[in-house]
Design a binder for this molecule. Structure first.
Ligand code: ADP
Ligand code: ZN
Length: 628
């Protein structure tokens, strides 16, 4: 009966056909990806949905296609709630390129511009309207929605980045809480909420906060097969990063995450000194500089963004070829979200992390020192342990990652441990020696010491501190002389990771035994460690020009077509003030260069070319291809 709820007059098969036609004609993609089809048909038919899909999984189409389908069926406008004001312009621009009428309303618009958008909205001229949550819940905007609603002109609400509603998510936005008004006021208008944050706590919270109890839940596989996971031990961190970038990602766009603002500045400068095109991004930078850096990252090719985790949400740049972590994130959710920003286009990409003893100590300390309640801290510790387990793993990283999200899988063949199984050594004996040294030292003087001193005693080094304290008389002095410092650090890291050693932040980072130490001391727990490898180096170094070279799969003519197409695309993107990938993805240019089409008909079949783009750019593309 309601014009909002039902599948209008279309049968389910007709609905499915409409959605598939939109996918092909508007977006130029031949097939749906993963669960997109089920989601899109459900929502286009008026159902509510909560969609959990990894970054790069293709969430946008899950509301954009229903928006188009419902608009064509006369059901009006879709309101997209997004916290990412800085990106709305590009999102709307990308839709315009595909021939979809879209607009945004946020604080960046002048009063006049906003009034113009509102006029178009009430005229029914807009298919998708992007708005920030604080805007949606103003009385003025709600009154406009009322007017639309009364004449059946509200097709759908899409709530993007839905985890922002939850305190458990990592980007809590209090304004999201007020969005319940949509459901209360416009109960018959379907809603789709989307997020890439998967853990059960956040998920339950989203359902409750947004009152989505009756919504259908769509959970995708969280696997990102094109991302290669590598975790290396910290030695000379910035040198390691430099080698990683110059040898494997010369000229590629990438993101380097660091924990502190100061470190961000340092690393960005260092990379620049080495001739790498790097920019800093953190919350301490002036808003305009931040925006300018983000724009350059999106619009130019091959920029490396060095950033704190303040950077990245909603960045849908598809050709980020690597994400590097110089410091360990707090938990696997964060790690996965951040690494997920690599390789959205499905082409090979790297997630590379450098990790060391200090990371473990720092993260533990941050939890210990936080003012939160003990139960909450326990939860944080559990999450950190899972990440430490991943970092120390000697088996497939992906199997562990997916297991964390509740998915069973087989060794992947595309992570460091699969590609180059680490040598494993039995560190049980070394662990026992280390723990008994901590024990004896404490027994002797009633106080504890830090890692450096304990390792000196174990390795039998006669330092001033050792002789002053009389520690050379300990029975454990020198019993680990055969062990290297690197090995001992590995042992210690693992012991901290499994909770068999605690680091007391209140007392100069001294090492303390814990309840879990006993089992290790008794030899009941085996400690198996990865042998430290010097450099992975399993891939051939890329050499040559600073710009990413054209793919080697193309023959010489194909390569010159590819380069010509890229130059043409850069020109168009500049004219339209949009990032290049909004015009065409690299993969689309590659396919064109390979095909060398002579007619619009030939061009039409290429993935990523919808009707509007064919019409707008088809002739020019053919011209560029012929001239190259
Ligand atoms: P998410 O929001 O889930 O991170 P996006 O919606 O940005 O992901 O999609 C990631 C990329 O995949 C985009 O560049 C998009 O154009 C592309 N994409 C989405 N669906 C398809 C599809 N069915 N076929 C081909 N490419 C797709
Ligand atoms: Zn693997």
């Amino acid at each position: 009966m309601s014009q909002h709820g039902g599948a209008c007059n279309l049968s389910l098969t007709q609905q499915a056909t409409v959605c598939h036609t939109i996918l092909r004609e508007v977006f130029g993609y031949p097939e749906f990806r993963g669960p997109q089809q089920a989601i899109i048909e459900h929502v286009a038919g008026g159902g509510d949905a909560l969609v959990l899909m990894p970054t790069g999984g293709g969430k946008s189409l899950c509301y954009q296609i229903p928006a188009l389908a419902r608009q064509r069926a006369g059901q009006g406008v879709t309101i997209v709630i997004s916290p990412l004001i800085a990106l709305m312009h590009d999102q709307v621009g990308a839709l315009a390129e595909a021939g979809v009428s879209a607009a945004f309303l946020n604080s960046s618009l002048s009063g006049e511009e906003a009034a113009l958008v509102e006029k178009r909205l009430l005229r029914g001229d807009i298919t998708l309207l992007y708005a920030a949550p604080e805007r949606v819940t103003t009385p003025r905007f709600l009154a406009q929605l009322d007017a639309l609603f009364e004449r059946g002109g509200l097709a759908l609400f899409a709530i993007d980045e839905a985890h922002c509603v939850s305190q458990w998510g990592h980007d809590f936005r209090p304004e999201y809480r007020a969005l319940t008004v949509l459901h209360e006021r416009f109960g018959t208008v379907p809603r789709i909420a989307l997020t890439a944050t998967a853990d059960t706590l956040t998920r339950a919270d989203i359902i409750e906060r947004l009152q989505l109890q009756a919504a259908r839940l769509f959970v995708s596989s969280f696997d990102r097969p094109n991302i290669r996971y590598t975790i290396v031990e910290k030695k000379d961190t910035t040198q390691q990063l430099m080698r990683f970038i110059t040898q494997e990602h010369n000229g590629d766009a990438g993101i380097v995450y660091c924990q502190s603002r100061r470190r961000v500045e340092e690393v960005a400068q260092l990379l620049c000194d080495e001739g790498i095109d790097a920019l800093p991004y953190h919350a301490g930078l002036d808003g305009r500089v931040r925006q300018a850096n983000q724009d350059r990252f999106l619009r130019s090719e091959g920029i490396v963004m060095v950033a704190t985790i303040a950077f990245g949400m909603g960045i849908d740049k598809p050709d980020v070829r690597f994400v590097a972590h110089l410091d360990m994130p707090k938990n696997i959710e964060g790690y996965y979200q951040e690494t997920g920003r690599a390789g959205r286009d499905g082409a090979a990409a790297d997630a590379w992390m450098c990790y060391g003893l200090q990371d473990v100590v720092n993260q533990r300390r941050m939890i210990d020192e936080s003012p939160a309640g003990e139960e909450f801290k326990q939860g944080l510790r559990g999450k950190l342990d899972a990440l430490l387990g991943l970092a120390e793993a000697t088996d497939c990283r992906r199997v562990r990652l997916l297991a964390y999200f509740g998915e069973a899988s087989q060794p992947c063949g595309n992570c460091d441990n699969c590609l180059q199984p680490p040598d494993v050594w039995d560190g049980t004996d070394a662990a026992r020696k280390l723990l008994s040294t901590v024990y004896r030292v404490q027994q002797m003087g009633g106080i504890s010491y830090g890692a450096g001193h304990i390792m000196d005693i174990l390795r039998g080094k006669v330092t001033d501190k050792v002789t002053q304290r009389g520690h050379e008389r300990l029975s454990t002095f020198g019993i680990g002389a055969e062990l290297t410092e690197v090995q001992l650090r590995g042992v210690l890291r693992q012991l901290i990771a499994i909770g068999a050693v605690a680091v007391d932040a209140e007392a100069f980072n001294t090492l303390q035994l814990t309840d879990a130490s006993r089992a290790v001391l008794k030899g009941e727990v085996a400690v198996r460690l990865r042998q430290s490898v010097s450099t992975p180096g399993q891939r051939k170094a890329k050499r040559g020009a600073a710009a990413a070279p054209p793919p080697a799969t193309l023959d010489a003519d194909g390569q010159s077509r590819y380069l010509a197409l890229k130059a043409w695309r850069a020109e168009v993107a500049r004219e339209h003030n949009l990032p290049a990938y909004v015009i065409f993805h690299d993969a689309t240019l590659l396919a064109i260069a390979e095909l060398a089409p002579h007619s619009l008909d030939e061009l039409q079949g290429v993935s990523g070319i919808g009707a509007k783009k064919l019409e707008a750019y088809g002739q020019e593309v053919l011209r560029v291809v012929v001239a190259a």
